[in-house]
Design a protein around this ligand. Structure first.
Ligand code: AMP
Ligand code: GLY
Length: 422
């Protein structure tokens, strides 16, 4: 098969790495890709959101399957774009329909879906300018902290947590006035849940599902989970607290009602579901749905999948996922993200990266990199994800930290405390 992966981050490099290993894969294309994907496939300079350019590419290169990395393409309806095009309709897109992608594209839709399907999540109220009064009453009825979420996509910045009620009311007003443009015309106010989080990934063909390895990511820039939010500074899989007892609850209370709810509501969903979970006294609650794989979680969950991934993707596309096997590597995988100086604010770019050949048995997944004149340069905030396996979390981390030290670029930064809370 000729396979096209859309996206350009560490997630897409990890997907490309795994898909390349399948005997089923003939040609592999990544659009737009990065310096890492270029080493294992062919990068094509087409954006993941440019559907007409993607159509041209798919027809020109005789692509047989499209694997979608980023949420924007899904929320914009790439699945429906293919289904409704006479030349593309038989080429499977791994990802939900536009309606299914609303689970991530609209927090309000996601919350209403959970409510309808009895899925445990924080109490909430969705508010617009017209219903502001009710929103303020809801805030007055709660105790701090207060959680405000822009309804639509906001590049991971749409959640604001405040300790002071007056601040919360002010921010609510600012959000409704256009702080995140159209995305915050509706705001979801939520009860604050206190606990430890993890990321559960499910692949589904719309009827059946398989649970991929569970991971935990580290979102803040600073050690001890402090400072600004980032796209993710590292991840670990498995997650010790997500044991069999916990995962049985997750399956019964969350995963099964999600899959059957989608089917019951005739929402076409052949792709990944990323459930952001919080464990409150060992009881799982959904913080949010995403309709794609996570980054940097993918850089630890994909390396732990032993089975042929293309076979699994074919199961998703063809509706026979039940017949496919998913074998998981028992070992821990840990990834440490190397980021550019200044990130997540304005960051430096175009720094030459050295030491990429000193890898031992660690895996280096590229995120913001570009190949130029025979060298690799930084081109984004998150630059490289260093993944290692280990018998224990500690072993895996130690190997990744060692490589993180050996790979160099000007003003490189990484967190040295990934996994500290597990
Ligand atoms: P999200 O963009 O929905 O993933 O939210 C970003 C982060 O905000 C989550 O990973 C949580 O750490 C936090 N968060 C979101 N909703 C809640 C909630 N209801 N209670 C506590 N923390 C939350
Ligand atoms: N690591 C969280 C995300 O991909 O949204």
């Amino acid at each position: 098969m000729n396979i096209l992966i859309l996206g350009s981050g560490g997630r897409e490099h990890a997907l490309a790495w795994k898909i390349r290993q399948s005997e089923k894969t003939n040609k592999l294309f990544i659009a737009p890709g990065n310096a890492g994907t270029e080493m294992i496939g062919e990068n094509v300079s087409v954006l993941a959101t440019d559907f007409s350019a993607i159509k041209h590419l798919v027809l020109e290169k005789d692509i047989n399957m499209v694997v979608v990395g980023p949420e924007v393409s899904l929320v914009n309806g790439i699945y429906d774009f293919f289904i409704n095009d006479s030349e593309l309709k038989n080429i499977p897109v791994i990802g939900p329909s536009k309606e299914g992608a609303k689970l991530e594209g609209s927090k309000k839709f996601g919350k209403e879906f959970m409510l309808r399907n009895n899925i445990p999540t924080a109490k909430y109220k969705s508010v617009t300018k017209e219903t502001l009064k009710g929103g303020i009453q809801f805030l007055e009825s709660m105790s701090p902290p207060f959680v405000l979420k822009a309804d639509g996509l906001a590049a991971g910045k749409g959640v604001i947590i405040l300790n002071d009620r007056l601040d919360a009311i002010n921010v609510l007003n600012t959000m409704l006035a256009g702080m995140f443009g159209k995305s915050s015309q509706t705001v979801v106010i939520e009860e604050f849940l206190s606990g430890i989080e993890c990321s559960v990934f499910v692949m589904s063909d719309g009827k059946d599902y398989k649970i991929l390895p569970v991971a935990k990511d580290y979102k803040r820039i600073g050690e001890g989970d402090t400072g600004l939010n980032t796209g993710g500074m590292g991840a670990i899989s498995p997650v010790p607290f997500a044991d069999n007892v916990f995962m049985d609850k997750v399956r019964e209370r969350i995963i099964e009602p999600t899959i059957s709810g989608l089917a019951k509501e005739n929402i076409v969903y052949k792709g990944f579901i990323f459930i952001g979970l919080i464990s409150v006294g060992n009881e799982p609650f959904v913080i949010e749905y995403n309709v794609r794989l996570g980054d940097p979680e993918t850089e630890v969950i994909i390396p732990r999948i032993k089975s042929d991934f293309v076979e699994l993707l074919k199961g998703v596309a063809n509706g026979n996922l039940q017949d496919k096997t998913l074998e998981i590597d028992e070992r821990y995988a840990a990834t440490v993200m190397l980021v550019s100086g200044g990130y997540p604010d304005v960051y430096e770019k175009d720094k030459i990266i050295d030491g990429l050949n000193s890898m031992n048995d660690s895996l280096v997944f590229h995120a913001g990199t570009v190949a130029k004149k025979g060298s690799v340069y930084t081109a984004g905030g998150r630059v490289l994800a260093i993944t290692s396996y280990g018998k224990t979390k500690h072993d895996a981390l130690e190997k990744s930290f060692k490589v993180a030290e050996e790979v160099t670029f000007d003003k490189k930064y990484y967190r040295k405390d990934i996994g500290f809370d597990l």
